[in-house]
Design a protein around this ligand. Structure first.
Ligand code: ADP
Length: 464
């Protein structure tokens, strides 16, 4: 892999020939595959609960880092650093979730002399603080939700003034919030004070900082996001848009790309602003700018400084292998692709398949007794599970991602319906029946449904 095209200085600084994958499940396998295609050795860390996972057998080295509980294994920084030192890993890939957006982890890995495959700690820190992120975005000309880019003052009279200027409804958000927690919608002035007090209290307790900010609450937006890929030395590209509006409790259920109905010049304008923001903060690696999209306007809400679950949608339409590119950038290579090279073709849809009850969403861990995966043209399945795999109660219930690609959205929907007809998972309950219903839904077929659509649809379904 240490090819001659790699600039000497960069090679000396960044070269590595082994990657420790600090994650589990489908994403651990996805990263392992990309490493293998680049000739990089893989070191997998695992918890006792994952000891029988097939992807461990395919690794060059596998090392147990602790018991099932994530706090003692996949979130256990000292154990992971120890595994890194013991195995001499040259780099660490954090996947998504777990430690992927923890600035102190990026820093600790680099201080220990290995490469963190992701942004530097300061960039993660800036983007992890929602107020700092909003300020950075405004400076780069990225459109944001109306509202100040500073923390709320303590004085309630001041806060009321700010809310009135924005205009109700507003949303009070914790600067350190995440995972859909730490925010409250306020529809009228009389409810503002309580919302601020409760959110501040929650923020101090859960996120370690009481800082809050406030912005306009958009009532019927879509969730549209932009994928970026940056080399640390300033080069960067955006790689198309995804629509992830089909959500339940802020969890994405179905994702697709491109996001339909958005004029290419508007998408290009916002995409270029995102790349500019990355340049300004010295961003390195892959990342996603998440927006709410309403009445033809984009409103930045947050940046995810890591690879996302739904990255295959972009890979299918753009032909860019995002994980490979992520590794190359970490190795110190300049970007292989320029903005002009990126052409997104056709349409891609991803269904997240979870081991859970399809309608009440209660996780269903257990033994997968039978597994039949779909195939044929334009179908991709990213999964670590096989027949005989036991789904653990300790982790996220995502067991597979079913992704299709076709020349048009209509054909992609037909293809997904076909693939959902072929797939069979037995032994545990999954959300496949829900996916089958969504893919038959006339509003989904039409496209452009907002982020509340699925919740309303589920509520209407359960009251039938
Ligand atoms: P988190 O980091 O917790 O995911 P986000 O800022 O990404 O927080 O917001 C999560 C979700 O909350 C969004 O996907 C959207 O559904 C809703 N939300 C956030 N800000 C607004 C807003 N200004 N107007 C309407 N909904 C919002």
């Amino acid at each position: 892999m240490m090819d001659a095209s790699l600039p000497k200085a960069a090679a000396e600084q960044r070269a590595f020939d082994s990657v420790l994958i600090a994650n589990r499940g489908e994403i651990a396998l996805r990263v392992q595959r990309a490493c293998r295609e680049l000739g990089l050795k893989t070191i997998m860390v695992y918890s006792e609960a994952d000891k029988d996972a097939d992807y461990l057998k395919a690794a060059d080295t596998a090392i147990c880092i602790g018991p099932a509980s994530p706090g003692q294994s996949y979130l256990n920084v000292p154990a992971i650093l120890l595994a890194m030192n013991l195995t001499g890993a040259g780099a660490v890939h954090p996947g998504y979730g777990f430690l992927s957006e923890r600035a102190s982890f990026s820093q600790a890995v680099e201080e220990a002399g290995a490469v963190f495959i992701g942004p530097r700690a300061d960039a993660i820190r800036t983007m992890g603080d929602k107020i700092a992120a909003k300020r950075a975005m405004m400076e780069a000309g990225v459109p944001c939700v109306p509202g100040p880019d500073s923390a709320l003052p303590d004085d309630m009279a001041e806060v009321s003034k700010i809310a009135a200027e924005i205009g109700y409804p507003v949303i009070v958000k914790a600067a350190g919030g995440g995972g859909g927690r730490g925010m409250r919608v306020v529809h009228e002035a009389s409810a503002l004070q309580d919302a601020v007090l409760v959110t501040r209290e929650e923020a101090s307790r859960a996120f370690g900082t009481p800082e809050l900010y406030i912005e306009k609450f958009l009532e019927h937006p879509r969730h549209v996001e932009i994928q970026v890929l940056c080399a640390g030395q300033g080069g960067g590209v955006w790689v198309g848009l995804r629509d992830c509006s089909m959500q339940r409790r802020h969890q994405k259920v179905v994702e697709e790309g491109p996001a339909i109905g958005i004029p290419p010049d508007v998408a290009a304008f916002v995409g270029n602003r995102c790349v500019e923001a990355c340049r300004q903060i010295g961003y390195r690696g892959v990342g996603t700018f998440e927006f709410l999209y309403e009445n033809g306007e984009f409103y930045f809400i947050e940046m995810n400084t890591r690879l996302q679950v739904e990255h295959p949608v972009t890979e299918m339409t753009s032909g860019v292998d995002l994980v490979r590119q992520q590794l190359l950038v970490a190795l110190g290579h300049p970007l292989e692709i320029s903005q002009e090279d990126i052409v997104c073709e056709g349409h891609s849809i991803e269904c997240r398949i979870n081991a859970e009850d399809p309608y009440n969403f209660v996780p269903c861990p257990g033994l997968i007794t039978q597994l039949h995966l779909p195939g044929g043209p334009g179908v991709r399945v990213d999964t670590h599970v096989t027949a005989g795999y036991r789904v653990s109660a300790h982790y996220d219930s995502l067991i597979a991602k079913l992704i299709v690609h076709a020349p048009t959205r209509e054909q992609a929907i037909m293809r997904m319906q076909r693939a959902l007809g072929e797939i069979r998972i037995e032994g545990v309950s999954t959300n496949l029946p829900l996916h089958r219903e969504i893919l038959q839904d006339p509003a989904f077929s039409e496209g452009g449904t907002d982020i509340h659509y699925l919740e309303h649809w589920l509520a209407a379904r359960s009251s039938k």
